[in-house]
Ligand binder design. Structure first.
Ligand code: FES
Length: 139
């Protein structure tokens, strides 16, 4: 399966439990994405039971983090990847996908509160079936 990472694409509907309420939580969600479908630097959008995320294939492994930027909801997943850092295409804020933290705001020092502008992350692991699954956020 090749997932189209274009801006107009709609993430696949995961089915499964709702985004909140009973049934949500840390149970794994199988993305159905296989390693051979990924290319470093090309994120794959996901609709998970916990919201919209993306798989970010980096040169240090596959990470899962929010699709959209916490600044003003820009399409972070369409930004530029360098190592484990992702730069949002709208205002160029840069995030470390491995920690979720904002590491750079253009124009100088991080703005007050930027450290709090963390992107949500999910743990990724490879299943015995050879697909990536993500684990829900800790409760
Ligand atoms: S919306 Fe991402 S940096 Fe502004």
């Amino acid at each position: 399966m090749q997932t189209d990472p274009t801006p107009d694409s709609t993430p696949p509907d995961p089915g499964g439990p709702p985004a909140s309420g009973p049934g949500s939580g840390p149970d794994p969600f199988d993305t159905g994405v296989r390693p051979e479908e990924l290319e470093i630097g090309k994120p794959v959008p996901l609709r998970t039971p916990w919201g919209e995320f993306a798989l970010y294939p980096t040169d240090r492994g596959v990470l899962c983090a929010a699709m959209f930027c916490p600044h003003l909801d820009g399409p972070l997943w369409e930004g530029t990847m360098s190592g484990t850092e992702m730069t949002c295409p709208w205002h160029r804020w840069r995030y470390d996908l491995s920690s979720g933290g904002c590491v750079h705001v253009p124009g100088g020092e991080l703005e007050p509160g930027a450290e709090a502008s963390r992107i949500q992350r999910l743990t990724v692991r490879l299943t015995d079936a050879g697909t990536y699954e993500v684990l829900g956020p800790a409760r």
